[in-house]
Design a protein around this ligand. Structure first.
Ligand SMILES: Nc1ncnc2c1ncn2[C@@H]1O[C@H](COP(=O)(O)OP(=O)(O)OP(=O)(O)O)[C@@H](O)[C@H]1O
Ligand SMILES: [Mg+2]
Length: 394
């Protein structure tokens, strides 16, 4: 995947004269040391990250860690003190007024937590607002606004007034307004945080659905780790203006790397996070027999091997001694007591369908066997003993 947005060594100190603060940060001092010495607030301290095209990229961290500052630096609502923000290899920090206006109107849209709608204008006029600034004609604006309102499920509400909408619906209008501009980078700063839990879940599902069809590049800011796990393809975690951990949701849960990050992962339901494919042992072919029969095993692991047909679908399991006999030409008789799960099955569901004693084969979406799972891998994957996910095993 190509990178749409690259941030390189970005610093933000809230002052007109950041030189001394920057020198302190370069010398390894942290945010509170700078604040004590100079009385200046550090918003960002050497943040670098790459947002791939089409990603749902999450920025996570406690209150005050610098998430909104980062978002606001990207379209220069906050002026960065040092560093680069590369949008398709063009540095946003060097843009003149006109260039910056183009970025804000056409290339990057923002959705905030409390989305301010114009109270005396109908919903559809609120959506059209940004389009007018772009110089679109009235009929074109109306058409585009109707389209995006229907995308967010608000077609029926287009001609209502904002006060007739619920908080969740108003947030959808905010989303519609961001989508209307056709910008393919969306920055959503705590866009769902003010919503009550059920509406919030609904909006998250909606965003995932939209993302599948629109494939925007989305930078989503949240202080809720569960939300980051649910939505994110990658997560960057911030603390005191620094980026302290970056990676896929699974990798962060498996290896938090610090107590600060581990504290977020503690409540995670691992059984619902990890799938069979992420913890299985890959299968290696050890023998190709007559009629296309394949014997495979997880290399170096004790336990049964698998016998596959010419299309690499499971016929059954075979013992190690049968594999030895097969080397001499004998055709094994596969044992059909095995469980088969697709690679994207969540571990909690693997545990639910597991018939004890037999092997677990992991198959890809064409039905080919690609790996093997042991009961121990399932338990380790869901974080047993004592992990939150373990209660789902039974
Ligand atoms: N305009 C400003 N002037 C001075 N300091 C600021 C300004 N905006 C933010 N800060 C400081 O920058 C730091 C980061 O704030 P920021 O708003 O980015 O945090 P956040 O991670 O978005 O927090 P929250 O989860 O509460 O929204 C804080 O220490 C804050 O006090
Ligand atoms: Mg914020």
């Amino acid at each position: 995947m190509t990178e749409r947005l690259k941030i390189e060594h970005l610093y933000k100190v809230f002052t007109d004269k950041p030189e001394r603060a920057l020198a302190m940060l370069h010398a390894g001092k942290n945010k509170s040391e700078v604040q004590e010495t100079l009385g200046q607030v550090v918003g960002l301290d050497d943040v670098s990250l790459n947002v791939p095209s089409g990603a749902m990229y999450m920025i996570m961290g406690l209150s005050g860690s610098g998430k909104s500052t980062l978002a606001r630096c990207i379209n220069r609502l906050n002026e960065p003190s040092a560093g680069k923000i590369l949008l398709d290899d063009e540095d946003i920090c060097t843009l003149d007024e006109a260039g910056l206006r183009d970025v804000r109107r056409n290339r990057i849209s923002m959705v905030f937590q409390h989305f301010a709608l114009l109270p005396n204008r109908r919903v559809i006029e609120n959506v059209e607002f940004g389009l007018k600034l772009r110089g679109m004609s009235a009929p074109q604006r109306r058409k585009r606004a109707e389209e995006v309102l229907s995308v967010v499920g608000l077609a029926r509400w287009a001609y209502h007034m904002p006060h007739e909408l619920s908080g969740g619906m108003r947030q959808r209008v905010g989303l519609a307004r961001a989508l209307a501009t056709d910008a393919d980078i969306l920055i959503m700063d705590e866009a769902f945080s003010a919503l009550d839990p059920l509406i919030r879940t609904e909006m998250q599902d909606e965003l995932l659905r939209l993302q599948r069809t629109l494939s925007k590049t989305i930078l989503f800011i949240t202080h809720d780790f569960q939300e980051a796990l649910k939505l994110g393809s990658r997560i960057a975690i911030m603390s005191e203006g620094r980026l302290v951990r970056e990676g896929t949701p699974q990798s962060i849960v498996l290896e938090p790397g610090s107590d600060y990050v581990a504290a977020f992962t503690r409540e995670v339901d691992r059984g619902r996070l990890f799938d069979a494919g992420s913890v299985m042992t890959s299968l290696v072919t050890i023998l190709r027999g007559p009629n296309g029969i394949v014997l495979g095993d997880a290399s170096g692991e004790p336990g049964p091997g698998f016998m596959l047909d010419a299309d690499e679908r499971i016929l059954g399991t075979v013992t190690a001694s049968e594999i030895e006999l097969a080397r001499g030409g004998a055709m094994p008789r596969p044992d059909s007591r095995f469980t088969c799960v697709p690679a994207d099955t969540k571990l909690v569901d693997v545990a639910g369908s597991y018939r004890s004693g037999g092997a677990i084969g992991v198959i890809d979406d064409t039905g080919r066997l690609i790996g093997r799972l042991e009961a121990g891998q399932i338990l380790a994957g869901i974080g047993a003993p004592g992990a939150a996910g373990a209660r789902h095993v039974n």
